[in-house]
Design a protein around this ligand. Structure first.
Ligand code: 0O2
Length: 212
């Protein structure tokens, strides 16, 4: 299998969607200053992770592109839980992608404590051979959900999926704390956003005086 050829259109999809989603954030910031998108990341799944997943799920190599939905992955991080709903609505309205599946791990958190909203989309990329529709997984989460998932992911890697019981317990407690943090922030959302507008206006004034 030529991995470079197989993964090239996925890289293109990730690069294009990163630009598009970052563009939305910039448009919000220019108008309302309050973007539901805090930041966007994206990656093509490393070959060893693809092979690992295929092996774990018993997926034959010729079915990888159909069955592994996150070869191309985007993450959209939001400040507040409500922003996730705004982002999902925005994604559902787009006409440059088609939603294939949605998995709500916020309403139904995973036993590990993992929370995030996953949307699998079919996204067309233009190649020399014509248009190809690829599956892309978009994970939408708050900064608190992302912090927890990043830490848990590293621990899972370190312990090769066998996290010791005491650390698992602490992770579950910290998942609850992250969830409470999201709830608390939702309560003072208005205050936080007002402060951020004042702060960004100050920054803009500062920029004016340097360049002018
Ligand atoms: P990576 O390194 O992020 O690419 P499965 O893999 O069987 O759980 P499936 O069907 O592939 O499930 O889809 P799912 O659960 O919607 O998405 C899997 C991805 O979600 C994972 O990709 C992680 O990015 C994230 N995820 C799901 N559950 C957890 C969890 O308990 N902890 C953390 N930290 N992330 C999770 P990969 O392939 O595992 O890894």
């Amino acid at each position: 299998m030529n991995w470079e050829t197989l993964l090239a259109p996925y890289k293109q999809a990730v690069d294009e969607l990163k630009v598009k989603f970052r563009g939305i954030r910039d448009q919000y910031q220019q108008t309302t200053k309050q973007s539901p998108i805090e930041f966007v990341t994206g990656r093509v799944k490393p070959i060893n992770s693809i092979l690992n997943k295929a092996w774990q799920k018993n997926i034959p190599l010729d079915k990888i592109e159909e069955e592994i939905q996150d070869i191309a992955g985007l993450r959209i991080m939001c400040q507040f839980t409500d922003d996730i709903t705004t982002v999902i609505t925005m994604l559902r309205r787009r006409n440059d992608l088609t939603i294939v599946e949605e998995r709500d791990y916020i309403a139904n958190k995973k036993p590990s404590g993992y929370r995030s909203y996953h949307i699998v989309v079919s996204y067309p990329v233009q190649t020399l051979q014509g248009e190809r529709k690829l599956l892309v997984e978009i994970q939408v989460r708050t900064l608190a959900m992302n912090f927890w998932a990043t830490i848990e992911h590293s621990l899972n890697y370190k312990y090769q999926g066998q996290i010791p019981k005491d650390i698992q317990l602490r992770l579950q407690r910290s998942a609850e704390a992250a969830s409470r943090l999201d709830e608390e922030m939702a309560e003072i959302r208005g205050e936080v956003q007002e402060a951020q507008i004042i702060f960004s206006e100050r920054k803009d004034e500062g920029k004016g005086s340097i360049s002018g």
